[in-house]
Ligand binder design. Structure first.
Ligand SMILES: Cc1ncc(COP(=O)(O)O)c(C=O)c1O
Length: 382
């Protein structure tokens, strides 16, 4: 909180605009739209709500299928279930950790048929494929060109889960607008935060109007207690928007610092045989939200414990969603890498206020621990 956060939040309290109507909500939406380059932005109470509304606005209905990566945060799949639809879990690319466009194309070509009414149906499940939901994992842009090309050639909308990707670019453009709709999160763990918050961005006016309407209990404008659908209380409050507005003013500086931290880690591990940096930039420029490395899965728990003893908080990364109890029965496609890679993934400390000296200390500690493990396993096998 190094900008005007206190000043903006205080002004909400002095002016009395603390709830979901207030000048900062509009200002925040305008700022998000300007950063992303979208015609519309609708602020929501969190990123999960943004995903839920985006899917509903794209016409996802009970019984439909939505293609999602298995290597993501749980909210991606949960939003699909909130619509009464079923996720189809896709593998991740072993370098980027994101969904692979070739898999999406192959799924449509080998597993789907076009019905007489134009709908695309999964032959195995009989479900209509209603949307593709790629995720920019840890801020790393997904294989957007291939995913969007495959989906649009079958007339299926793409909803980008850009929850952690504020400030990330792909082919020179901000992510979030390559499909029909994009969703962001401004949770406390993101590069810029509202405390909790989200946003839906789109160039489609009909979708923006519907999302706004559903986010405010589907209230007909100007008429109290008159609602025309089952809506949601998903609107961001003015206090949260005030915090977020102040944070957005610092986005560029924070992304620069995050990228510098990631580059420093990469330099440390460039020639390491036991620590591998993930998140290769292909056509994208990542915001470097999280710094993910891969170590030997047998080493990970010990590494996390050793770092914790040194006061360094590193974390295991995602567990593939198709292995979790509520998604074990969901259909999958082309799963190969995710379950193999996930147990070795670790997110290292990378807050924008981390000094170079601290990055060096973490990297050296990680490398030292992994080297010791390699040496001791060589001794054992000798
Ligand atoms: C990929 C992804 N999708 C969705 C979300 C949900 O956002 P929120 O926590 O704001 O609901 C997150 C949050 O971290 C996320 O990482």
């Amino acid at each position: 909180m190094t900008g005007r956060e206190e000043e903006y939040v205080r002004s909400c309290i002095t002016d009395g605009f603390v709830s979901s109507v207030g000048p900062f909500v509009t200002r925040f939406e305008k700022e998000v739209a300007a950063i992303v380059g979208s015609a519309h932005a609708v602020a929501t109470v969190n990123g999960t709500a943004a995903l839920h509304l985006a899917l509903l606005a794209c016409g996802v209905m009970p019984g439909d299928a939505v293609l999602v990566p298995t290597y993501t945060f749980i909210a991606t799949a949960n939003a699909v279930r909130y619509c009464g639809a079923e996720p189809v879990f896709f593998d991740c690319n072993p370098e980027t950790l994101c969904m692979d466009g070739a898999h999406v194309r192959s799924y449509f070509a080998t597993r789907c048929v076009r019905k007489a009414d134009g709908a695309i149906m999964d032959r195995e499940t009989g479900r209509r494929v209603a949307a593709v939901l790629p995720v920019h994992v840890f801020g790393q842009p997904a294989d957007l060109a291939a995913i969007v090309d495959a989906a649009t050639s079958y007339g299926v909308p793409v909803v980008e889960d850009a929850a952690g990707a504020m400030g990330s670019r792909y082919d020179g453009r901000h992510v979030g607008l390559f499909g029909r709709v994009g969703c962001f999160s401004f949770n406390g763990n993101k590069i810029v935060t509202c405390g909790g918050g989200g946003a839906v961005v789109t160039n489609d006016e009909r979708i923006a109007t519907l999302v706004r309407h559903l986010s405010t209990q589907a209230k007909r404008s100007g008429i109290a207690y008159d609602h025309d659908a089952v809506g949601f209380n998903y609107r961001l409050t003015n206090i949260q928007a005030a915090l977020g507005t102040a944070q957005l003013e610092q986005l560029d500086a924070k992304v620069e610092r995050k990228r510098a931290i990631a580059a420093r880690y990469r330099a440390h591990f460039a020639s390491s045989a036991s620590v591998r940096c993930l998140g290769v930039e292909q056509r994208g420029r990542a915001n470097a939200w999280l710094m993910t490395v891969r170590v030997d899965p047998d080493t990970r728990e010990g590494l996390l414990a050793a770092l914790a003893c040194d006061g360094i908080e590193a974390r295991p990364a995602y567990i593939p969603l198709h292995t979790l109890p509520m998604y074990q029965m969901s259909p999958t496609f082309a799963l190969e890498h995710a379950t193999r890679i996930a147990p070795g993934c670790v997110n290292l400390p990378c807050s924008a206020d981390l000094t170079d000296a601290l990055v060096d200390r973490v990297a050296e500690r990680v490398q030292m621990y992994c080297n010791e493990r390699v040496v001791s396993s060589q001794h054992r096998s000798a």
